[in-house]
Design a protein around this ligand. Structure first.
Ligand code: AMP
Length: 279
């Protein structure tokens, strides 16, 4: 992979890179298409990264659909798929990890300790191997993209980061490889994630600026679904991820909810003018 990228770069080719864990869907494909528009070459990595799964998480059952993924990549104009094995990425004696302090322990990091360290580590390794000009991430994993931007800045990694909008089903459900775990009824209940976010956005745009009140209105709505168990709902500054009491500026409303046994995440970014009189 490295030799291929080095040669391509020497020839002046611009490389766009989309790191994934496979089980590709339209969300991934939207990143791939954007990479195709912006670059000469599109590289996709498929690697279910054990370092970002906790001991009780779904590493073993995470969907692995390489043949289907490869076909989707081919049809979407991907030039190369990088598909390393675990022993290549983490050989015996592996010792080095990247941790982005202050951005890894909040939100999803609180219930998934070590997750973002695993993500930062694998992304740093992939950047060094693939040597892309630009890498593409989805705002669906908002905390991840904020953390990667910071890592690239702090470690002087010469990769441009582009963050793309969340692709949703017509119903509003954010596409996710984990949606495959949901039963038909659970899938209906899962709509409560995007609905509660739209409701929060509506409340904020109608003048409610007290974060706690917005969060408790969302909680009430979500808990009407019997299969739903809230992991967290947070309203934070979109770039620092610091919690907000009063909603102002660019804020990220992020949540994780378990629907049955499946943990789903979603978020929305709301921009609020700082000048208005607020409740
Ligand atoms: P994953 O395979 O889940 O690690 O995701 C790979 C990339 O696809 C990440 O940058 C995700 O944020 C992005 N992604 C996942 N779901 C979506 C979606 N529904 N819309 C846009 N991007 C997404």
């Amino acid at each position: 992979m490295s030799a291929y990228s080095s040669k391509a770069r020497l020839r002046g080719r611009c490389i766009g890179f989309v790191p994934t864990m496979g089980a590709l869907h339209e969300g991934h494909l939207s990143l791939i298409r954007q990479a195709g528009k912006d670059n000469d070459l599109v590289l996709v990595s498929i690697f279910v990264n054990p370092a970002q799964f906790g001991p009780k998480e779904d590493l073993r059952k995470y969907p692995r659909t390489f043949i289907r993924d490869a076909r989707l990549c081919k049809n979407s104009g991907v030039d190369v798929i990088f598909y390393p094995g675990i022993a290549q990425m983490y050989p015996e004696g592996y010792r080095t990890y990247v941790s982005v302090e202050g951005l890894s322990d909040c939100l999803c990091g609180r219930s998934r300790p070590g997750h973002f360290k695993g993500v930062a580590t694998v992304v740093a390794k992939l950047f060094n191997i693939v040597q892309p000009d630009t890498a593409y991430f989805g705002v669906k994993d908002a905390q991840q993209s904020v953390m990667i931007r910071k890592m690239v800045q702090d470690l002087n990694i010469p990769v441009k980061i582009r963050v793309m909008p969340t692709v949703r089903e017509g119903s509003g459900l954010a596409l996710s490889s984990r949606n495959d775990y949901l039963s038909l009824n659970e899938k209906k209940d899962a709509l409560i994630l995007s609905r509660s976010l739209s409701f929060a956005e509506y409340l904020i745009k109608s003048g409610l600026k007290d974060a706690d009140r917005v969060i408790s209105a969302m909680k009430q709505l979500i808990l009407k679904k019997r299969s739903a168990k809230i992991d967290y709902i947070s309203i934070v500054d979109a770039s620092t991820l610091r919690p907000l009491k009063k909603i102002a500026g660019e804020c990220l409303i992020a949540l994780a909810v378990r629907i049955g046994r499946t943990r789903l995440i979603d978020n929305v970014v709301v921009k609020v003018s700082l000048r208005k009189d607020n409740r």
